[in-house]
Design a binder for this molecule. Structure first.
Ligand code: FES
Length: 97
């Protein structure tokens, strides 16, 4: 059985298009990203070496880790650019707004 809970974590105007905001909810670090007016939530640590993705950057539909510069598709977590061996997609990525 799947259980879905909804939490108000920010106002839309707090996260304008092309920006991101780190939050903690239920002991999970989450990064909320506004991509063209749609909010996405992603686990806030890079799946490669757990670098905080809030220190990375956004480039069109890609979230770029600031450590080794792996780029993840914001919409589905797939690796778009991989300068090193980091094959796991971002975890728990889902549209949240
Ligand atoms: S920690 Fe992000 S690419 Fe290695």
């Amino acid at each position: 059985m799947s259980v879905t809970k909804t939490f108000k974590v920010a106002r839309l105007q707090d996260i304008p298009p092309g920006s991101m905001k780190a939050i903690m909810i239920l002991n999970h670090d989450i990064l909320i990203i506004n991509l063209d007016g749609i909010l996405y939530g992603v686990e806030a640590r890079c799946p490669h070496k757990s670098y905080p993705l809030k220190l990375g950057s956004l480039k069109k539909r890609a979230l770029r880790c600031g450590f080794r510069h792996v780029e993840f598709d914001i919409k589905d977590g797939k690796v778009l650019f991989q300068p090193i061996d980091a094959r796991r997609p971002a975890r728990n990525l889902k549209r949240c707004g």
